[in-house]
Write a protein that binds this ligand. Structure first.
Ligand code: SAM
Length: 254
């Protein structure tokens, strides 16, 4: 599949297109809270932090966070967005984390794992920077857990198939970690509350900041948006369905 380059696409509309409501953020922070130790502060890493959607909220809830992001443009926007005193953003990637060994209590990777090219190296790097027993919160979609992304996919020809092709099956991701000495600390779904009305969601989708859209052919895009518009027009103010999102928690061996 074509690699998404966040320095040339998506970065300009990402904040608008992927904005989270307070309820959505609260659902995520609540889920992370249940998976992390109770002591504060916790030193966190937001790996593939993008425009910093989660970074300040993580700092607010748990303690200082370093956002690591390879795209210059995404990082610049993150820096402009957040003035949180406990947040800093650094250039880097999951394969090359610019922080000392054993310096983090947890890491979040929110929809960034599928962009990582050298996954074994990323696993090694994550093990290096986490404390013994440190946790990786891997918010990721999996090709064998349908629907991987959103309710709107059903309107696009081969929508689920195109979407699923971006992701690995769950067992494959787990094996990459467990063969390197990690253990699975949890797997489940976090119900992300509705993102607003169906009409609002359609407007956000038109901004093109969901990577699946970048993998459709022009014909699939045209047909999909036409069908989706028709479906939404029937009741644009109906709430968009909540999203049962998969979250895998991995613990670094001691
Ligand atoms: C879908 S965005 C998610 C951004 C952010 N986590 C969020 O939820 O808003 C994926 C991000 O992963 C970043 N990324 C790409 N390759 C990466 C890598 N090898 N390591 C870490 N992040 C990477 C991209 O630059 C992009 O900002």
């Amino acid at each position: 599949m074509r690699r998404i380059d966040y320095d040339t696409e998506q970065y300009h509309d990402y904040v608008r297109g992927r904005a989270l409501s307070e309820q959505q953020m609260a659902a995520w922070i609540g889920a992370f809270e249940g998976l992390l130790p109770g002591r504060r502060p916790l030193a966190g890493l937001d790996v593939g932090s993008g425009t910093g959607r989660y970074t300040p909220a993580l700092a607010q809830a748990f303690g200082p966070v370093t956002g690591v992001e390879p795209s210059v443009r995404m990082r610049e926007i993150a820096q402009q967005q957040s003035r949180h005193p406990d947040v800093r953003y650094l250039a880097g990637s999951a394969e090359d984390l610019p922080v000392p060994s054993g310096s983090a209590d947890y890491a979040l990777m929110f929809l960034s794992w599928h962009h990582v090219e050298d996954k074994p190296r990323a696993v090694e790097e994550l093990a290096r920077v986490l404390n013994p027993g440190g946790r990786l919160l891997l918010r990721e979609n999996f090709s064998d857990h349908i629907p991987p992304s959103g309710w709107w996919l059903e309107y696009f020809p081969r929508g689920y198939e195109v979407d699923a092709a971006m992701f690995q099956p769950l067992h494959e991701v787990i094996a990459t970690f467990t063969t390197a000495g990690w253990r699975v600390a949890g797997f489940g779904r976090v119900i992300e509350p509705s993102s607003g009305t169906r009409g609002e969601m359609l407007e956000r989708l038109r901004l093109g900041v969901h990577s699946t859209l970048a993998h459709f052919t022009p014909d699939q895009l045209e047909t999909g948006f036409r069908r989706l518009e028709q479906a939404v027009a029937a009741d644009p103010d109906a709430p968009a369905p909540a999203d049962p999102a998969t979250l895998l928690t991995l613990e670094r061996g001691s």
